[in-house]
Design a protein around this ligand. Structure first.
Ligand code: G4P
Length: 191
């Protein structure tokens, strides 16, 4: 997606060979127009997939996920990392390990928002090692719903998440695919 690649080039900061900072439009401040365009792009790609719900993980997945859900005219759910005072009944909980942060998170979704047979589009901001997406896919499957696909805003193709998800049989759609962050440069896979 060209507008996203342009934004990454203009505003992204390469922090190391493995980490890209995009806090001016995705991870802290959010660019609503870009998020709307991202939502429309995912919605177009999944227009024929019969998606009934969009699922993401708090917090940075929420902006692209809600815009995707708006474009598809379906609800969006965000899996929670923090225990909620009001979210206490019938949870599906999975443990997700983050290689980037070297920590485990329990992520939870209330059973009542996922129905057996329903097609769920998973959206996330970054794909690194695929653990968050796999955890969300396991939550969907534990509820009896079906993963329609996994939509990623920024895929770091030099880490193994995309391969892992495709090998597990999931459709993966990434709007920007980064081949390398070496030498403080962002190189996209298509280049
Ligand atoms: P994985 O799910 O693909 O295995 O990735 P990993 O656990 O390694 O990522 C952990 C967190 O770090 C995630 O955010 C992910 O979005 C983020 N992340 C991974 N690589 C990068 C990167 O190169 N740049 C940036 N900016 N973020 C990256 P999170 O902990 O869920 O945080 P948030 O959603 O609350 O912002």
């Amino acid at each position: 997606m060209k507008a996203l690649q342009d934004k990454i080039r203009q505003e992204g900061t390469v922090l190391s060979d493995r980490v890209l900072k995009v806090d001016s439009f995705l991870n802290h401040q959010v660019d609503p127009e870009l998020m709307a365009a991202i939502g429309q792009e995912f919605a177009a790609r999944y227009a024929e997939a019969g998606v009934g719900k969009v699922l993401t993980l708090e917090s940075s997945g929420i902006a692209p996920a809600v815009m995707t859900a708006l474009a598809l005219k379906v609800p969006m759910i965000f899996a929670r990392k923090q225990k909620s005072l009001t979210l206490n009944e019938d949870l599906i909980v999975k443990t997700v390990y983050s290689f980037t942060k070297e920590q485990k998170n329990e992520v939870a979704v209330s059973k009542k928002f996922l129905s057996p047979g329903e097609k769920v589009l998973i959206i996330d901001d970054f794909l690194a090692y695929g653990e968050a997406a796999l955890g969300m896919a396991q939550i969907v499957e534990a509820s009896g719903a079906v993963v329609a696909g996994i939509g990623i805003v920024i895929e770091k193709s030099f880490q193994n998440g995309a391969d892992k998800l495709r090998e597990a049989g999931y459709r993966v759609d990434s709007l920007a695919r980064i081949a390398s962050l070496a030498d403080k440069q962002v190189t996209f896979l298509e280049e």
